[in-house]
Ligand binder design. Sequence first.
Ligand code: ARG
Length: 292
Amino acid sequence: MKKATKVLALILAMAMMACTLVACGSSADTTAADANTETAADTETEAADTEAAETEDAEEAAPAEGGTITFGTNAEFPPFEFVTANGVIGEFDGIDMAIAKQIAEENGMTAAIENMEFDSLLVALQNGQIDAVIAGMTITEERAEAVDFSMPYYTATQVMIVKEDSDIASAADMADKKICVIQGYTGEVCVNDMGYPYESFKKGTEAVMELVNGKCDVVVIDSATAAKYVSDNEGLKIVEDPDAFESEEYAIAVQKGNTELLDMINKAIEAKLADGTISELAVQYTEAASEE
Ligand code: ARG
């Protein structure tokens, strides 16, 4: 009997370890697919746990008809958010911007965008400077401690952008190479976890310019954004390594305890996933990118 209890406890402990949220995996982690399904479920429970405690001190007003939802973003992340002459919200365009606009308008509200550094988004959200963050932001355990995430609306992964003639074929090949990442992105976390030295840049375009100019050998960044940079610049290619980089899920963040806004956002995302709106937007903005 005692033994059985011990075994059970061990199994439980192992299951909990497997549930830990990770943005990128080393070979020691569970398979990407497993970790991925557990990631979303785990975030929800975690959010639900803290919600009860936090609801009382959430002071922001409930989203109201005729009001404005101010979304924070970092418009340096095509095809999700970028600056252009005629965007869907002022000068801002992309998959996320279209989603933000629809969420607001379907609820009789207006979407406003505050563009800032990616690193500043969660602090601005916590300070109440913005109501929500929509920025191709990956759900991670660390971030979920600070804010509440919506249900995921997009699945991505980190990839490596290299020169066409590069001999980098896997993440391990980066060991003796000059690696560029973007400050505060999950790609930086991944490379850091792998223990490789790297240089970080404020914008994806800056890192890609380093690569184009031969000053670095590889840029680690999210898949869809990488595809856009490769189509914009001659002589680059994408190298994938699913064993080294797990899949990541993008979600919208709100202040902890802001259940009313979160519910509104979740309902909208659920409907847009079900009726194909989000996949249509993804196709539309990826095609637009490759036509340029
Ligand atoms: N998915 C990555 C992360 O959450 C990169 C997001 C970058 N987004 C942006 N709008 N610049 O860290």
